[in-house]
Unconditional design. Sequence first.
Length: 188
Amino acid sequence: MSDHNIAGKKVAFLLTDGVEQVELTSPWQAVKEAGGEPTLVAPAGGRVQGYNGTEKGDAFNVDLTVAEADASDFDALVLPGGVVNADHLRVDKDAQNFTRSFFEQHKPVASICHGPWLLIDAGVIRGRNVTSYHTLQTDLKNAGANWSDQEVVVDQGLVTSRSPKDLTAFNSKLVEEISEGQHAGQTA
């Protein structure tokens, strides 16, 4: 349970088919336990397919399509990982624009595992301190990020972690950054 109360704070979770299930469900639960209101946002309506590694997991109902979503309606954004999920989102223009809007509005963004791929294509990663799944480090460095191999990295409202094994630290910092609100250094 978090020491931070985020009652009434609306948190968008942006994902699509191929999401690493625990990287959705664990932060979602942490947000709810801290009093926040999570919303599942995806490129298409209906349901998205979660995965546990390479095995199919549960399907999750989409609350709002990313084309309909407006960052102004939310207090924070969470980008779960999963290779397929992240690879599809990174080339989706609506996902890029939605993500960039959170940075432009100085709102907290948390991204784990392969999730930071979207940050590259959204054009918000240059000069930022981040971590990710180790296979993304070259892409992130080439995009101008300062990558390091740490459990969790927090940089002015941007929270990143490497993998599901880091979820406890990721969730804690995610909720903390949401409770702090906007960060002047969180910019596009």
